[in-house]
Design a protein around this ligand. Structure first.
Ligand SMILES: Nc1ncnc2c1ncn2[C@@H]1O[C@H](COP(=O)(O)OP(=O)(O)OP(=O)(O)O)[C@@H](O)[C@H]1O
Length: 207
């Protein structure tokens, strides 16, 4: 049996007064992948935030006080999240903005340089983050993720804004991470190469 990377049980999600999904279990083995699908607003980004520990699973209080489920998420290893929020300082040149996180992650200068080269950002070292295009921002987000060197990745619309080469590159990075034993959970409306991924459609998990 494969080693578990992610075990999540009884996840429920309420946003405001909307009950989005409930009683969701996810199990991902090392090297495995999940493709989250479903229409706009169903709760894919919210689920990624729950899996990242940034948002609690909502208590399932509709089931009655005697049987309230609160959900649990357990990872074996470190995880990195790439979503729509740019964690890079908009004012700083790209190299310095990435260096801020590289220091926090304890990454070597050479790791940062390698990540920038890999993501095709070498010519943008002096450009302030606020001037980056949509696709360049996405590439910078992946550079940050590579520098972080987390075991597992949570990716929210990782292909948005990328050109054809960028899409191929991200698919290659995902395949490499999986080959290294990382688990990947992706929310993507765009087709994405994820061989043998579990598809989870949140419409199948109504609260
Ligand atoms: N602060 C908030 N308060 C209440 N509801 C919110 C809040 N932020 C988002 N929502 C709602 O939560 C729901 C889920 O949003 P989420 O971003 O998780 O959906 P999604 O499936 O990722 O959508 P998309 O495919 O458009 O990216 C949406 O219906 C949205 O309107």
């Amino acid at each position: 049996m494969q080693a578990s990377a992610l075990t999540a049980w009884e996840l429920f999600c309420r946003r405001g007064d909307r009950l989005l999904f409930g009683s969701l279990d996810i199990w991902v083995e090392a090297g495995g992948a999940v493709h989250l699908v479903g229409p706009n607003g169903i709760g894919k980004s919210s689920l990624l935030q729950i899996l990242a520990g940034l948002r609690p699973s909502s208590p399932s209080d509709r089931l009655g006080a005697a049987d309230v489920k609160r959900g649990s998420v357990a990872w074996q290893g470190r995880l990195g999240l790439l979503d729509a929020h740019c964690t890079l300082d908009e004012v700083l040149p790209l190299e310095n903005a990435l260096a801020f996180w590289a220091r926090i992650d304890g990454a070597a200068r050479s790791d940062q340089s390698a990540a920038m080269v890999r993501m095709g950002l070498s010519s943008l070292t002096d450009v302030p983050v606020r001037y980056l295009s949509t696709g360049q921002r996405k590439r910078a987000g992946f550079a940050r993720l590579l520098i972080q060197n987390a075991d597992h990745w949570l990716l929210d619309e990782p292909l948005n804004g990328l050109d054809i080469d960028g899409v191929a590159l991200v698919e290659e990075l995902i395949a490499e991470r999986r080959a290294a034993g990382g688990a990947i959970v992706v929310a993507s409306h765009q087709p994405i190469a994820l061989p043998d991924a579990q598809a989870i459609d949140l419409r199948d998990h109504p609260w």
